[in-house]
Unconditional design. Structure first.
Length: 194
């Protein structure tokens, strides 16, 4: 009986240690200075601008997202509207998100004159990454991963990563809120036909 009790206590200790390690990984992730997060998308090309190095993809739910395309992506000119592709990309970063004012709701989408620094190992173009400000509806949040899923003014659904996890939660930005978000364009780093 004593042996079973020791084994049980040992098992509980291992589980607690594992929980602490998982929690600590989350804490260190949130404090990680490298804010860019890499993602993969299966999509269909619905629009393409070779000169601007931009492409719009539609996912399986018909959400349309416009991406900048890194200059290191080879054969970008060979991808055509209608092609099914696999795209690796850097997720959009939100530099500001808050509840929208009545005045801001009058201009729901603006491409800003300013730009932000490029993600690591990215060679998109001189001048940095495009920045936008949009009035959106928050449709999902993940405080642990610092992700906010929004429906934009043009009907598209996309995900941004916030640099300020304190904007999410009770009495802050929550699902259903109309918010204004300033964010970077997502950048494709690899694009392949499937």
């Amino acid at each position: 009986m004593e042996k079973k009790r020791r084994v049980l206590m040992y098992g509980i200790g291992v589980l607690l240690a594992a929980f602490v390690l998982i929690f600590m990984q989350g804490v260190s992730y949130a404090a990680d200075p490298d804010a860019w997060r890499s993602m993969t998308m299966l999509g269909t090309v619905v629009n393409k601008n070779v000169d601007a190095r931009e492409i719009t993809l539609s996912d399986s739910l018909n959400n349309r997202i416009t991406f900048g395309v890194d200059t290191r992506v080879k054969r970008f000119d060979q991808v055509a509207v209608g092609d099914k592709v696999v795209a690796d990309y850097y997720l959009s970063l939100s530099t500001d998100i808050r509840r929208a004012t009545k005045e801001e709701k009058k201009t729901p989408f603006v491409e800003l004159d300013k730009s932000d620094e490029l993600p690591p190992n990215c060679t998109l173009k001189a001048g940095g990454i495009k920045m936008y400000r949009a009035v959106v509806t928050v449709i999902g949040t993940d405080r642990f991963l610092q992700l906010i899923q929004v429906k934009g003014p043009k009907g598209g659904v996309y995900t941004v990563r916030t640099l300020n996890p304190n904007v999410l939660g009770k009495d802050k930005i929550t699902v259903g809120d109309t918010a204004i978000v300033t964010y970077t364009e997502p950048i494709i780093t690899s694009l392949k036909k499937r």
